[in-house]
Design a protein around this ligand. Sequence first.
Ligand SMILES: Nc1ncnc2c1ncn2[C@@H]1O[C@H](COP(=O)(O)OP(=O)(O)OP(=O)(O)O)[C@@H](O)[C@H]1O
Length: 286
Amino acid sequence: MNAIEVTNVHLTYPNGNRVLTGVDLELADGEILGVLGASGSGKSTLLRVIAGLQHPQRGTVTIAGKTTDDDDRRPTPPHLRDCTMVFQDAQLFPHRTVADNVAYGLEAAKVPAVERRRRVADALDMVQISELADRAVTELSGGQAQRVALARCLVINPSVILFDEPLSALDRGLRQRLAVDIRRVVKETGTSAIYVTHDPSEASTLADRIAVVENGTVLDLGPSNQLDPSQLSDSVASLLGDVGEVSGVVTAVTEDSTTVEVVDRYIVLAGRQGSVGDTVTVKLTR
Ligand SMILES: Nc1ncnc2c1ncn2[C@@H]1O[C@H](COP(=O)(O)OP(=O)(O)OP(=O)(O)O)[C@@H](O)[C@H]1O
């Protein structure tokens, strides 16, 4: 079963702005799709349609086998869809601690307190911020806040997580580190994800497949490690930029080689290139 199926979706805003004009998209179970596109091309609108925050005039959306929008029915409200969203600004509740932010969805679902505490602790552990559980969210860095936002999604075990440029406010080094961590966590939990970003190297680090939003539709470019820019139009190729650049974590260093874990595989580089645990960027050549 596909995690998401979007068929022939059209969306025009009330001011007449035609943003989506026949979007088709499939996301396999457990897959991460990276979505690139120029500013204003409709990437956020597409995520908002899937999340149920915006209703298409035409078309069908199915999430984890359940149709949420189609031409003849009332749309399923956001809280009844099997997906959650991480936004560019983490959108945490300012008066709650880290743990209480993560617990929010479980409280809403009336999960008993003991189970709630266990699941919150597991989610914080997964995103590696257990020590921040009792911290006020107003005292977090941007990167920590996004880890909390991710934990808040993971804790309710959604089929799909929708990421809307969650790292774009962070500096490059931190973006690379978090991109590697987000992929690890999403893959560990078997969750499916759509990840919208401006940054081609972030998309290649995180995603299994890459798609581009252009002219109101989605062009699926296929597996991220098999992209061939020479086969693409100039406008799409320019969006891909340094798509062959991926971030990874150094896992071993010897006198004459460095091993880097990149997108679920290991690459051995010549020479010593940093220390174990460092995040490094590797340029993949075809
Ligand atoms: N509520 C709205 N009403 C009218 N037009 C809107 C609304 N929201 C977005 N738009 C317009 O729709 C188009 C697509 O916007 P959207 O935010 O989906 O693009 P995007 O690809 O995510 O852009 P960015 O990369 O800059 O975040 C833009 O032209 C935007 O100005």
